[in-house]
Design a protein around this ligand. Structure first.
Ligand code: COA
Length: 166
């Protein structure tokens, strides 16, 4: 892909977002200030078995980012790099919470660069208060009737409660 599109810098923030947490939102706010357009892309063909369907996750994310003007929400399947090219994006955003994230993220970033040398991965660190958050932990706490209100928005909290009741 040519870097001819530098005047409209499009970045993609891919992930499972099952559900989106305050830590993800923190990364989204930071990335939205660095790029002209940020596309949050929900992965649909993962080995993970998500609690929320793809469309539910998209709806929840849209509601969570509705006040950030240059952010849109989309889905993708297949190779992330193919999706980046389709969207004319040459930056991938990933959050780095702790050293433990590094190895896997490093491997993915280098593999993606090997597939397409024009696509750069930009790592952003969330605020310290979110470095221990993960969607799995939040699902576990919620399913055991624990309080997750410090980790997710009110809307996500409500959706989690509805889902757990079903
Ligand atoms: N705040 C809170 N939690 C965060 C976070 C942050 N800032 N950043 C990451 N996380 C958590 C997520 O909640 C998730 O937790 P969980 O495992 O408990 O659910 C975990 O970190 C990692 O999830 P996520 O960021 O969604 O990444 P992922 O590993 O599920 O998704 C893809 C990775 C989708 C980007 C990757 O699998 C991919 O690119 N797939 C497409 C196929 C492809 O191209 N493969 C080749 C890759 S080289």
């Amino acid at each position: 892909m040519k870097k001819s599109n530098v005047k409209n810098r499009i970045a993609i923030y891919p992930g499972t977002f099952d559900p989106i947490t305050n830590g993800h939102i923190d990364i989204i706010e930071r990335a939205s200030k660095l790029f002209d357009q940020l596309i949050i892309s929900v992965a649909t063909n993962l080995n993970k078995k998500p609690m929320f369907s793809t469309m539910e996750r998209v709806e929840i994310i849209k509601k969570s980012v509705k006040n950030i003007k240059n952010v849109s929400v989309d889905t993708f399947s297949g190779l992330l790099i193919d999706y980046c090219n389709k969207k004319k994006a040459f930056v991938l955003i990933r959050g780095l919470r702790a050293i433990s994230d590094f190895e896997n993220e490093f491997q993915m970033a280098l593999m993606n660069r090997k597939i397409d040398k024009n696509i750069e991965t930009v790592f952003l660190m969330p605020s310290e208060e979110y470095t221990y958050l993960s969607s799995s932990l939040i699902k576990e706490i919620a399913s055991l009737n624990g309080d997750i209100s410090n980790f997710v928005s009110n809307f996500v909290n409500k959706k989690m409660k509805e889902k757990i009741k079903c």
